[in-house]
Design a protein around this ligand. Structure first.
Ligand code: ADP
Ligand code: MG
Length: 682
């Protein structure tokens, strides 16, 4: 018997060239090959008589070749082979294009099994390019459920199929990791059966069963991984903070905190007291005041002799956080430092020295905070803002800096509870479900192109009142996607013809980092009236003076994304507006967008979005830091996901730290899944 770790080159027919093709699919070992699952199946099990064949419905039939195949050379590159076949119910003409295989292998007087679809016209039935096999040959292309594999150049489905089959014949598939009792409860196939059935199912039902098992397994491993992370951390110690006196902090605020803010701070302080590192997700809609909750945590850490690192996804955001925290903390005798990639070497060095010496209590920055070069005297709290950019693996890397610091991750993307349980199963969750008082709802309108003149007049009106306006387009350049407004071209139009008297800036993701920062900072300083942008402005930038958000081709965006965009306005005291422009006339699309005009509740919008588009879109899957699931499609499989999660929680509770071989195998597989996640990030 071969091992799963053996290279695929031990298989017959896999030489260096083949191996290279498989490598393009990330397949190097027998194990990789056996875990290369079909993306779908073709049901070729129906065997009919010729008279029962239905037009355009592919099926198998057994028939005899009634003449010698005749090939006509039509022109260069086009040969047509015709042959008559028949069974006891009727006759059929088969036509093959450029098929030497058919002309040489179909023999007059012999029977074959064919698979194809008839097409009918006034001349009678015909069939083009059916596949065929001898009745006594192994059923490879007919009389079976055919798996359809993800392929790559030079590698066709039949080749993958043959290679996988060979691998399964000399090597046992991965071992069972799902306890029998659990498989029984959820009606799940055993590993050996499932791995074989996913590649060679006897029926479509069996294929579905096998797929379900694999999905369950992946989710089970994923949830188990999160639980294990949580368990490992809960075993760790961190001296409890003793000084939880917050009066000075509250006294220095220019406003009173909302109930939700107070509750979240209470939950954090409770964590600080427990003597274990905190792992908390703070979820709150845009404008719900997460920064103040973070500040409260940093204040408490400082009063307990610990440093805080606050990480933001962009430099602009880091600078904004720095400015607001600096203002607040300077009255409280707490020093704040800024550390970003674009600072001079000297600035960075000075900040780093002050951090190492403990002269700075709160460090604000971008990923630069995470590099080796930064050392802390006593890092006690790490805060990551706009959490969805930080995946599972980054979370654990963060925690490794300092001696198990407390961790607070903040997300402005309201995540439906179902999903947050899944994605952040290793975190406790605090929710800010309340906006600071006096905040007026952003008035939202859905309009068509016929409103263009009015939209322009409205932009002009905002500008005349010294307010600013965002205009968001779905594409960067012209022609990128046909019929969609591009930021570049639209900025040009607005600047040149529509608003020659206004100051129009352009911002998009293809600009250099420093350029983007400069444009955004300039707009934040009030140096322009209109900022035409792509969704790069989605993430947390604060321009309180902006009162209007216009989204062009709004149907191109997800609801949550639109909600995020809308959150860029309504941050000051002036009444704010959001205008969604669309050409789309589809009733469903319009209903979806109208929902946004009616509610400002990010969680409800998120639920709706999840329901309509699935979680892949929800996060822009690359950013979510999720493991690369092989079979599981979150949008379709939420129910399975829930089952798997419950099951894994029970399993971990009972077996988590056992040194039983089964438990060890499970931990190894979890590690594998998460290292794959790490590999797909960055
Ligand atoms: P987000 O949750 O989107 O990060 P911020 O923390 O940036 O929100 O807060 C948005 C704005 O609301 C900031 O200008 C902040 O100063 C203000 N703010 C926060 N909490 C309160 C409060 N309790 N009362 C009034 N204004 C507040
Ligand atoms: Mg924020």
């Amino acid at each position: 018997m071969a091992k799963l770790t053996d290279p695929i080159t031990i298989l017959k027919g896999v030489g260096p060239a083949r191996a290279k093709q498989f490598a393009a699919l990330n397949i190097y070992t027998l194990g990789d090959l056996i875990c290369h699952f079909p993306r779908g199946y073709e049901d070729r099990t129906r065997l009919l008589t010729i008279d029962a064949l239905e037009v355009d419905c592919p099926a198998c039939f057994r028939a005899m070749v009634m003449n010698n195949p005749r090939t006509n050379h039509i022109r260069k590159g086009l040969d047509i082979t015709k042959v008559q076949v028949a069974d006891h119910t009727g006759r059929l003409t088969l036509t093959f294009f450029n098929s030497r295989f058919a002309s040489e292998n179909l023999i007059y007087g012999r029977e074959y099994i064919f698979y194809g679809a008839v097409s009918g016209d006034y001349l009678g039935y015909n069939m083009t390019n059916p596949v065929f096999e001898a009745p006594d040959a192994p059923a490879l292309a007919t009389r079976r459920v055919l798996p359809i594999y993800p392929l790559t150049a030079g590698l066709n489905n039949a080749a993958v199929l043959r290679t996988v089959r060979q691998a399964l014949s000399i090597c046992d598939p991965p071992r069972e990791i799902l306890p029998g009792e659990l498989r029984q409860r959820f009606g799940i196939l055993g590993a050996d059966t499932a791995y074989r059935a996913i590649h060679e199912p006897k029926s479509m039902e069996e294929a579905e069963q096998a797929r379900k098992r694999m999905i369950f397994e992946e989710f089970f491993l994923f949830s188990a991984g999160l639980s294990l992370m949580r368990q490992a951390r809960s075993g760790r110690q961190r001296p409890a903070f003793r000084n939880l006196e917050m009066e000075d902090f509250y006294g220095s605020l220019p406003f009173t905190l909302t109930n939700a803010q107070n509750r979240a701070i209470g939950e954090i302080l409770e964590d600080f007291r427990r003597g274990v590192p905190m792992n908390r997700l703070l979820q709150g809609d845009v404008g719900s005041g997460k920064t103040m909750v973070a500040a409260a945590a940093a204040f408490c850490a400082a009063r307990n002799g610990c440093q805080t690192a606050l990480m933001a996804p962009t430099e602009i955001l880091a600078e904004q956080h720095y400015a607001s925290l600096e203002k607040l903390f300077s009255q409280l005798g707490i020093r704040v430092g800024l550390l970003t990639g674009s600072q001079t070497q000297k600035q960075k060095r000075e900040t780093r020295e002050a951090l190492a010496a403990g002269d700075i209590q709160v460090a604000v920055g971008t990923h630069a905070l995470l590099t080796e070069a930064t050392t802390f005297q006593n890092l006690g709290l790490v805060i990551a803002d706009e959490q969805h950019r930080f995946g599972v693996a980054q979370r654990s890397r963060l925690a490794a800096k300092g001696s198990d610091p407390h961790l607070l991750v903040m997300s402005a993307t309201p995540i439906p509870r179902t999903l947050s349980l899944i994605l952040y199963g290793d975190l406790e969750v605090s929710i800010l479900d309340e906006l600071p008082p006096g905040r007026e709802k952003v008035e939202t309108f859905l309009v068509g192109e016929s409103y263009r003149a009015r939209i322009n007049a409205f932009i002009r009106k905002q500008a005349s009142e010294h307010h600013q306006c965002f205009v968001v387009c779905p594409a960067v350049e012209e022609n990128e996607e046909l019929g969609v407004k591009s930021a570049e071209a639209w900025a040009e139009t607005l600047r040149g013809t529509v608003f020659p008297d206004l100051r129009v800036l352009l911002l998009h993701g293809q600009m250099k980092g420093s350029e983007k920062e400069e444009v955004m900072a300039s707009f934040a300083r009030g140096e322009a009236d209109v900022l035409v942008a792509t969704t790069v402005i989605e993430v947390g930038v604060d321009v309180p003076n902006a009162t209007l958000m216009v989204v062009e081709d709004a149907d191109r965006f997800g609801l949550s994304q639109l909600h995020q965009l809308r959150g860029r306005v309504g941050r000051g005291s002036a009444k704010s507006y959001c205008i969604l422009v669309t050409h789309n006339r589809n009733a469903e699309t319009l209903a979806r967008l109208k929902a946004l005009c009616k509610t400002n509740d990010g969680f409800r919008i998120a639920e709706e979005d999840l329901h309509l588009r699935g979680p892949g879109d929800f996060f822009g899957s690359r950013q979510s830091g999720l493991p690369a699931f092989r079979v599981a499609d979150l949008s379709l499989d939420l129910a399975t996901l829930k089952q798997a999660q419950e099951a894994s929680a029970q399993w971990i509770a009972r077996w988590g730290d056992s040194d039983d071989p089964e438990a060890e195998e499970l931990r190894r597989r979890v590690g594998e899944l998460f290292s794959r996640a790490e590999g797909t990030m960055n």
